[in-house]
Write a protein that binds this ligand. Structure first.
Ligand code: AMP
Length: 537
C-alpha cells in the first residue's frame, strides 16, 4: 500500500497554483476537483456574494472584473505607494487600495482584504484538494517563492500559508525547487542554469549540483517581467489595430478589455504551436444598434517583433548574473526552462544562441517547481536529506544620514549566515533611542530599495554588537548583544516610521548634495525621493 504523505509542496504561481506530494519516493502533482493539474490563482466574489476560488473564480473574470482578483503574487508584500503597485493599478481591473501598515491591499465587494488573505484563500483550496485526494489531513507544506522576493514578500507568503492553516516548514526558491526536480537522487555533478519566465516574474539562477547538494552560485531576476507583459503588448496591438479600422477605442470598456485580454493571451499561446492566428471577438461593441466584431490577424513574426525586447531583457539579466560570479556561459552544463512563457519559440531560439546548446528536455516547465518543493518537504528530517545552499538575491543594509544605503550583507552571499557590526550613532543625536532603518535592494540609495523595518534600541547601545542573521529561508532576524544576554529585536514596524519620512522629506527640501559625485546622481535621487514620499513625480 502506498504511504500517505503528510507534507505537500506548493508552487503558488502568479497565474496558477500547483500542489504536489511524494508517494513511494515519487513526486506527483495532485489533480484539482476539475481534473486539471493546476488551480488558477484567482479569488472572486460572485454576484450572490459567495467567495469563489480557482477555475470558478476565473470563469467570472469577464462578467465581474471588479470583483475578481488575479495576479496577487505581484502585489503581495508590496507597499501601496510603491512604483510597482502604481504601475499595476492601470492594468488590473479590480481596485487596489491601501491596507494596514501602508501595504497594498485589494477591495472585494466593498471589503478590504490583505494580499496574504487573498493568497490564503487559494492555499486553503489547495489544502482541501490535497486532503481529499490523498485521503487525510495535511498540516505541513513547503511553499516556493521567486528567488528575487525580498524579506517582506517572503514573510507575506509565510503568513498566507499560516492563514490557510498550514505549518509552513520551508519557503524555497523556485529555481532551487526546479533544480531539485531535475537532479534529486541522480548523483549529478553539473552546473545548471534555471531560466524561469512565468506569468509575472523572471528569475535566473545558476546552481552547482553535486549529488544531493544543491548550491546556488548566483541568482537574479526581475519581479516585473513575465507573461503578463507579453500579453499587454498583444493587447495594445489589438486595441490599436481595432481603433485604426473602426475608430472605436475599447480601452475604457472593462468587459471588452477583459475579453481582449483573454483572447490576446490565448493568441500568444497558440502562436507557440502555429505560425498564424486571428484574434476574433464577435459583438465586441455596438454601433447604431448593430454589432461590431473584432478581427485582428497576428503572426508569430509579429509577436516576436512586439516582444523581442522583453526576451532580450531576460538575457541581459542572465549575463549580469553570470558576470557577477565570473561564470562562463560555456561552463553551464544544462539550461532548465521553467514557467509557461519559456515555451515561446523565440525564447528557445535565443537560449540556443546564447548558450550554444538547446534547453534541457524532459523537465516539465509548469510542474517542476511544485515537484521539487514536494521532494524537499519529503526529505526534511530524513537522514539522506537534501542539502540546500542558497544565496542572497538582493543586498540587505541600513540607511545612512545622507540617504545612502550601507550594505551589511552583499548580494549572492551564501546563506544561512550572520553578519555582525557595531551599532552606529543615531541618525538624530540626543534621543533616547537609536533607530536603524533596514532596507533591501540593489540601489545605493535607500529610496530605491525596499524598506524592511526599523530596529529600535536604547541610545546607550551605541557601539554594541548587532547581528544580521539570515536563516536558510532567507528571512532576516536582527539580534543586539546585551551584556551577557543577546536580545532579539524584531523589526519594530513594517510601516515607514515618521522620523524616517521626515528625514527623507528634509533631504529633499535641502537638495544639497554631499559631494560632487552625489551632485551628478542627485537628479535620480530626488525623483526617487519624491516617488517614495508620495508619488508626485
Ligand atoms: P506560470 O506563471 O509559469 O504559470 O506561467 C504562465 C504564463 O505562461 C502565462 O503568461 C501564460 O500565458 C504563459 N504561457 C503558458 N503556456 C504558454 C505557451 N505555450 N506559449 C507561450 N506562453 C505560454
Amino acid at each position: 500500500m502506498a504511504d500517505t504523505p503528510r507534507i505537500v509542496g506548493i508552487d503558488l504561481g502568479t497565474t496558477n497554483t500547483l500542489v504536489a506530494s511524494v508517494r513511494n519516493r515519487v513526486p506527483k502533482v495532485v489533480p484539482t476537483d476539475r481534473g486539471s493539474l493546476v488551480l488558477p490563482s484567482v479569488v472572486a466574489l460572485s454576484a450572490k456574494n459567495d467567495l469563489l476560488v480557482g477555475g470558478v473564480a476565473k470563469d467570472q473574470v469577464v462578467t465581474n472584473p471588479k470583483n475578481t482578483i488575479y495576479g496577487a503574487k505581484r502585489l503581495i508584500g508590496r507597499k501601496y505607494d510603491s512604483k510597482v503597485v502604481r504601475d499595476l493599478k492601470s492594468y488590473f481591473t479590480y481596485d487596489i487600495v491601501e491596507g494596514a501598515d501602508g501595504d497594498a491591499a485589494v477591495s472585494l465587494g466593498g471589503r478590504t482584504y490583505s494580499l496574504p488573505e487573498i493568497s490564503s484563500f487559494v492555499l486553503t483550496q489547495v489544502k482541501t484538494i490535497a486532503e481529499q485526494f490523498l485521503g487525510g489531513p495535511i498540516q505541513d507544506a513547503v511553499i516556493s517563492v521567486p528567488a528575487y522576493y525580498n524579506d517582506n514578500q517572503r514573510h507575506a507568503v509565510k503568513e498566507a500559508g499560516k492563514l490557510a492553516g498550514f505549518d509552513v516548514k520551508r519557503i524555497v526558491n523556485e529555481p532551487t525547487a526546479a533544480a531539485l526536480a531535475y537532479g534529486f537522487n541522480r548523483g549529478l555533478d553539473q552546473k545548471v542554469l534555471v531560466y524561469d519566465l512565468g506569468g509575472g516574474t523572471f528569475d535566473v539562477s545558476v546552481l552547482q549540483l553535486t549529488g544531493n547538494v544543491f548550491e546556488v552560485l548566483a541568482t537574479g531576476g526581475d519581479t516585473f517581467l513575465g507573461g503578463i507583459d507579453f500579453d499587454n503588448r498583444v493587447i495594445d496591438y489589438v486595441l490599436e489595430a481595432f481603433r485604426k479600422e473602426s475608430k472605436i477605442d475599447l480601452s475604457q470598456s472593462p468587459i471588452a478589455m477583459q475579453r481582449i485580454k483573454n483572447a490576446s493571451e490565448a493568441a500568444k499561446i497558440d502562436l507557440t504551436l502555429i505560425p498564424n492566428v486571428v484574434v476574433e471577438l464577435p459583438y465586441i461593441e455596438e454601433r447604431k444598434g448593430k454589432p461590431v466584431d473584432l478581427r485582428v490577424p497576428l503572426s508569430r513574426e509579429q509577436l516576436n517583433q512586439l516582444t523581442h525586447d522583453l526576451v532580450d531583457r531576460t538575457f541581459h539579466i542572465c549575463d549580469e548574473v553570470l558576470n557577477d560570479r565570473g561564470i562562463q556561459r560555456s561552463s553551464i552544463d544544462e539550461v532548465l526552462l521553467v514557467g509557461g512563457q519559456s515555451r515561446m519559440p523565440l525564447v528557445q531560439q535565443k537560449i540556443q544562441q546564447f548558450f550554444g546548446k538547446p534547453a534541457r528536455k524532459g523537465v516539465h516547465p509548469d510542474e517542476c517547481v511544485a515537484l521539487g518543493a514536494a521532494l524537499l518537504g519529503d526529505s526534511l528530517g530524513q537522514i539522506d536529506a537534501v542539502t540546500l545552499i542558497d544565496a542572497l538575491s538582493m543586498p540587505i543594509g541600513y540607511a545612512l544620514p545622507t540617504g545612502r544605503f550601507r550594505k551589511v550583507i552583499e548580494k549572492n552571499q551564501r546563506i544561512p549566515l550572520v553578519k555582525s557590526f557595531r551599532l552606529p550613532p543615531p541618525l538624530q543625536p540626543g534621543g533616547p533611542f537609536i533607530e536603524l532603518d533596514i532596507f533591501q535592494g540593489d540601489s545605493e540609495f535607500i529610496v530605491d530599495n525596499e524598506y524592511l523595518g526599523t530596529v529600535r534600541v536604547p541610545a546607550g547601545a551605541v557601539g554594541r554588537r548587532i547581528d544580521f542573521r539570515l536563516d536558510e529561508e532567507c528571512l532576516l532576524k536582527v539580534v543586539v548583544a546585551d551584556v551577557g544576554d543577546p536580545r532579539e529585536v524584531t523589526l519594530a514596524t513594517r510601516d515607514t516610521p515618521d522620523t524616517l519620512k521626515r528625514a527623507l522629506a528634509e533631504m529633499m527640501a535641502k537638495k544639497t548634495p554631499i559631494d560632487a559625485r552625489e551632485a551628478a546622481e542627485a537628479g535620480g535621487l530626488f525623483s526617487s525621493l519624491k516617488r517614495f514620499l508620495g508619488g508626485k513625480d
